[in-house]
Design a protein around this ligand. Structure first.
Ligand SMILES: [Zn+2]
Length: 264
């Protein structure tokens, strides 16, 4: 078993967490795909008309994953498991105040980084053109901090005092989108750029106020950054891009569908 006292083990633990995070993202994308099925077809139709061999493989994969993660869940030490996984209930007044704080933070960061931001390079634009409108590709500015990393917002201490746990660790995220500026903690990868641009589209189509409210509501409901619908949708689109970067689709159209269906 690993020990925090052994430096080699500490590196191995960080690598393990990176792989766990990767697995979690893939699982969320599988959840999104299944959610689409659930919305569109009844389980009776799936059971009767779904292609038998594919159904069996999907069921076997899901039950295998369930067995595996349940076996880990049984071993999580009590105090580390955390009691608060079902969301946080706050009165409307506090939710709107929280939304205002987050929005002020996003706007302040946007203004702070905009001047240092650069337009997308010709190479990045060419890569992203099959997915994003020229309007977005021309407007968005990007900033590479090269490891300097964004600090967590100052309002986090207040949020913790309200009992909100599991706040997204800004420092550990690949990038953050502040309206139309995407700030990267590390070097830009194509995947992270795609991710940041999806958020820019969401900001544009929802407007910063609705985006922020949807984020706050989603976070309080699920208590996890990755299951906030704005984020889960972004990860699902990102995974579609990574699997087939040559096959374009309109991110804007996908975001419009989610807005129309009130899924954010
Ligand atoms: Zn994101």
């Amino acid at each position: 078993m690993f020990s925090w006292d052994d430096p080699d083990d500490r590196i191995a633990i960080v690598q393990m967490d990176a792989e766990l995070h990767h697995a979690e993202l893939e699982l969320i994308s599988a959840q999104c795909a299944t959610h689409q099925l659930r919305l569109r077809f009844s389980i009776d139709d799936l059971a009767r008309f779904g292609e038998r061999s594919i159904l069996r493989k999907a069921i076997a994969a899901a039950s295998d994953l369930n067995d595996y993660y349940s076996s880990i869940e049984k071993l999580i030490p009590r105090e580390a498991a955390g009691p608060n996984t079902g969301g946080t209930m706050l009165p409307e007044e506090q939710i709107s105040r929280a939304t205002e704080r987050v929005l002020a933070y996003l706007r302040e960061q946007r203004d702070r980084h905009y001047a240092a931001g650069e337009p997308l390079s010709a190479e990045h634009k060419a890569l992203m053109r099959p997915f994003f409108s020229p309007g977005i590709l021309d407007r968005v500015r990007i900033v590479e901090l090269g490891g300097a990393r964004l600090p967590n917002p100052s309002f986090y201490s207040e949020a913790k005092a309200l009992g909100i746990a599991n706040l997204p660790q800004v420092t550990h995220m690949a990038s953050l989108t502040f309206v139309d500026v995407v700030v990267f903690n590390e070097r830009i990868t194509e995947r992270d750029l795609f991710h940041g641009l999806v958020h820019a589209v969401q900001f544009q189509l929802l407007g910063p106020e609705r985006y922020t409210r949807a984020f706050v509501d989603g976070f309080l409901r699920t208590n996890s950054h990755f299951t906030v619908p704005l984020e889960a949708h972004t990860f699902a689109l990102e995974s579609k891009f990574v699997q087939n970067p040559a096959e374009g689709f309109s991110v804007e159209e996908q975001v419009r569908i989610w807005i129309r269906e009130r899924r954010y």
